[in-house]
Ligand binder design. Structure first.
Ligand code: ES4
Ligand code: ZN
Length: 326
């Protein structure tokens, strides 16, 4: 069997996916038209040409601008359903999706609009595609602690729909320590905890995510490899890392997929998973991330299987559902 078919047939979970980052330029134009929103681009080609990033902030500026076309419950539902269809075609059986409520509430879109649209799509994904899913509410770390606490308070009516909280956006200068009380409260509410750490930020931010935020997973974690004591800690704890190869390439976290840290992470005994992060912006969904990494970095099929297994064991499914989905 060829590599592409092998990867498609491998049962996978996706654990690091920003739903707003799955907004393809075609849907962006459709929603702009539907909602009478002016876009700073004339064509789909012009949008794609703008996706040439030097770092995380370059990307975030355009990602937040794109999200402005999302106005109604139906928009969020269409967005998420399009993601689930593509993920399903790649052999994804379970997806834990991030959303950034502050990106929407700060422009006057009520929390309920995103919550109902995403929830409707999650129901359809389960019924029509057999793809199970969970929702993770992310706090924007460039905003302050009070804003994150207010967001958590606003989410209270939907706690039955939310599995966990995460921390994303501009990393450097916004350490995990800024959100200790937010994550404490989320933990007390029974929510799982994850945080982006060590994408652009130093290994110390990964230590903080573990020790101060008490995270259940680390999102990215690439720069943990600079600190041998941290690598030992992550390996001993069996901590799942949600790594995103094409994101790392597009945001210049790595200069060449052939030098991606995943092979070294696996050698160190880390529980690595492969994910797409913001697939509409970074050039590929999860299958493409597996394929490009395997081809460029010489990761063999046994290692691909190991990472696909890690995606289930590191998921927030209960043990019976993990076994059923695998
Ligand atoms: C993100 Cl790649 C990445 N890093 C941090 N925050 C984000 N939000 C959406 N994509
Ligand atoms: Zn991310």
């Amino acid at each position: 069997m060829g590599l592409a078919d092998f990867i498609t047939r491998l049962p996978k979970a996706e654990l690091h996916l920003h739903i707003e980052g799955s907004l393809e330029p075609e849907l962006m134009f459709e929603l702009a038209r539907r909602n009478h929103v002016a876009l700073p681009f004339k064509s789909v080609e012009e949008v794609r040409a703008a996706y040439d990033f030097s770092n995380l902030q370059d990307f975030l500026d355009i990602y937040y601008a794109g999200a402005d076309v999302l106005r109604t419950e139906e928009d969020f539902q269409d967005l998420a359903l399009a993601y689930f269809r593509r993920a399903h075609a790649d052999g994804v059986r379970h997806a834990e999706i991030f959303f950034d409520p502050q990106t929407h509430t700060d422009r006057g879109i009520p929390m309920q609009t995103a919550m109902d649209g995403l929830w409707a799509a999650m129901g359809e994904a389960g019924e029509e595609l057999g793809v199970s899913s969970r929702l993770i509410l992310c706090f924007l770390r460039h905003l302050d602690e009070a804003a994150a606490l207010e967001t958590l308070r606003q989410a209270e009516p939907w706690l039955d729909r939310i599995t966990g909280v995460g921390l994303d956006s501009s990393e450097v200068g916004h350490p995990p320590s800024k959100f200790v009380r937010v994550f404490e409260r989320a933990g007390a509410m029974g929510l799982k905890r994850v945080a982006h750490a060590g994408e652009e930020g130093p290994p110390d931010y990964v230590w903080q995510a573990l020790d101060l935020l008490k995270v259940d997973r680390i999102d990215h974690g690439n720069r943990a490899m600079e600190d041998p004591a941290l690598v030992r800690r992550l390996a001993e704890e069996g901590m799942t890392l949600t790594v995103c190869p094409l994101s790392n390439l597009k945001l210049c976290v790595v200069d060449d997929l052939a030098r991606h840290p995943i092979p070294a992470m696996l050698d160190a005994g880390l529980k690595v998973t492969i994910n797409s992060d913001d697939p509409a912006y970074f050039g590929g969904y999860v299958g493409e991330n597996y394929r490009r990494l395997a081809e460029a970095a010489g990761v063999d099929r046994a290692a691909l299987v190991e990472m696909a297994r890690n995606s289930f064991t590191g998921s927030f499914l209960n043990e019976a559902d993990k076994a059923r989905r695998l």
